[in-house]
Design a protein around this ligand. Structure first.
Ligand code: ADP
Ligand code: MG
Length: 332
């Protein structure tokens, strides 16, 4: 098990990470999710031993490793840019870590073949890496990372450079490979679809702070924090005042089941619907057609919302029904 305790990293006067604690149990995949600049790469580099935290500790199997040099940690790293050795063949790239470990030629060959088969590149051993597509290069990088049997695999936006089809394929393959090999991994991404597909548990960073942690379904049903809601694509109505069981939404007093107070309310998909005779008047600014359904782009209290809409919804004035029971209170 990996354990990070109260990690703090400061660059000059900039606090990149503050009081970040979490665990990666053996055999689990934990995702670290956050927008660009939230501190994900810094956290990964602390765990890898490439950045020394100014406070806090990293431990592996209950032993503190905070000041151990990177090369003794036996952790495997994989990045967005494949970082393959361009002058080496596919097989020599994959064998690199094994050579460093002093494995003999026969064992190296057998492991390389097994790893290439695992990532769907059986028979590619003798190819040059520059002849490969981006997706294939990233598969070689994965095989190279896994070949030395690292105790922990650290992945930093590994699918970031691939197109959607290639990304979905490699993501599914990684799920299969990690479960087949029982890999323990930390997977860094800004993309909730990737995080939710691959991880047992997701840690969410916002400006260097851990703002939420939970399973994908925990976070989807209760995003807890504006930063999580935003990463999930839920718009947030900020500072909504509730008085006597009513809140003003889109200029209309609407019943809500909340005590008096001021709230940030996240709007999950499907909770705002274009409907004739809906209570709240809106302006439809645009239309989208995604994954088989139509949504209308509307403004609600200055926040852009995608409202479920009938086929052929017209631009201009309309009314929406807001399912206030679906709105989720989040911290800001
Ligand atoms: P992420 O990977 O989530 O995009 P990073 O960990 O790369 O975030 O960066 C977190 C913050 O720390 C950013 O504001 C970034 O500009 C800053 N930062 C990262 N590395 C350095 C560095 N070597 N020196 C100074 N600032 C840095
Ligand atoms: Mg990064």
């Amino acid at each position: 098990m990996l354990q990070c305790e109260s990690i703090r990293v400061t660059y000059g006067s900039m606090r990149a990470l503050d009081d970040v604690s979490f665990k990666v149990p053996a055999g689990d995949v934990v995702a670290v999710m956050g927008e660009s600049g939230s501190g994900k790469t810094t956290l990964l580099r602390v765990i890898a031993g490439l950045v020394m935290p100014d406070r806090g500790s990293v431990s592996w199997e209950d032993r503190t490793i905070t000041s151990d040099p990177a090369h003794v940690r036996r952790f495997g790293l994989m990045f967005q840019d494949y970082a393959l050795f361009p002058h080496l063949s596919v097989g020599d790239n994959v064998a690199f870590g094994l050579r460093m470990q002093g494995r003999d030629a026969a064992e190296r060959r057998a492991t390389v073949d097994r790893m290439l088969a695992l990532v769907g590149l059986a028979g590619y051993t003798g190819r040059g890496v520059s002849e490969l597509s981006g997706g294939e290069q990233q598969r070689v990088a994965l095989a190279r990372t896994l070949a030395p049997q690292p105790q922990l695999v650290l992945l930093d936006e590994p699918l970031g450079a691939l197109d959607r089809a290639r990304r979905d394929q490699l993501l599914a393959d990684m799920q299969r490979i990690f479960s087949e090999l029982g890999v323990t991994a930390l997977y860094v991404t800004h993309d909730h679809n990737e995080a939710f597909a691959i991880a047992d548990e997701v840690v969410v960073l916002d400006s260097g702070h851990k703002v939420a942690e939970g399973t994908p379904s925990d976070l989807w049903t209760n995003p807890k924090h504006v930063a999580v809601a935003t990463l999930l694509g839920f718009p947030v109505l900020r500072d909504v005042a509730v008085r006597g069981g009513r809140a003003v939404v889109g200029g209309v007093a609407t019943p809500v089941e909340l005590a008096d107070g001021v709230y940030h309310l996240a709007v999950p998909p499907g909770s705002v619907v274009i409907a004739a005779g809906g209570a709240v008047p809106v302006e439809v600014h645009g239309r989208r057609f995604e994954d088989g359904s139509v949504t209308a782009v509307v403004d609600l209290d200055g926040v852009q919302i995608l409202a479920a809409a009938p086929d052929g919804v017209a631009l201009g004035r309309a009314t929406v029904r807001v399912d206030t029971t679906a709105l989720v209170v989040v911290d800001g």
